[in-house]
Design a protein around this ligand. Structure first.
Ligand SMILES: [Zn+2]
Length: 142
């Protein structure tokens, strides 16, 4: 089957496409991780292959908390990617001091609130062109 990149709304997450592929592998295991600089120790969000503080390109992976609080959110009613039913809640979730953009699933959009506790609940989306599973960062009410 021909692969139409222009109609695929999801990131290519495999080692062929990003050196940060371990983020997605661990997300698929139910873990939210990010990079910690090997030189100065700064923790980045989103994960980075180089440090925004000291420009080092050495890093290790560190786990973040699996729960956070909604810092801000919006509700999308139309124009959703294929396979998603609306309305859809997108939020910035504060996790260990980082602001993580994510879907919020399993929540009535009318009841979502700033400050609400949520827990990590990654969403599996369509496989990549080589059949590797892909995941999106998502949370659900705690
Ligand atoms: Zn650094």
């Amino acid at each position: 089957m021909t692969y139409f990149r222009a109609t695929d709304p999801f990131p290519l997450e495999s080692a062929d496409h990003t050196k940060l592929h371990e983020f997605y592998t661990r997300l698929g295991e139910g873990r939210l991780v990010t990079t910690r600089c090997g030189a100065c120790g700064a923790t980045a969000w989103p994960p980075r292959g180089f440090c925004g503080e000291c420009a080092s390109d050495t890093f290790s992976w560190v786990d973040l908390a699996r729960e956070g609080t909604i810092h801000a959110f919006t509700v999308q009613d139309t124009g959703l990617p294929a396979g998603f039913d609306g309305p859809r809640v997108f939020a910035i979730v504060k996790v260990d001091g980082h602001r993580v953009f994510a879907l919020v699933t399993g929540a009535d959009p009318a009841t979502v609130q700033v400050g609400q506790r949520v827990r990590l609940a990654p969403v599996r989306v369509s496989d990549d062109p080589k059949g590797q599973p892909r995941w999106l960062t998502a949370f659900t009410p705690a």
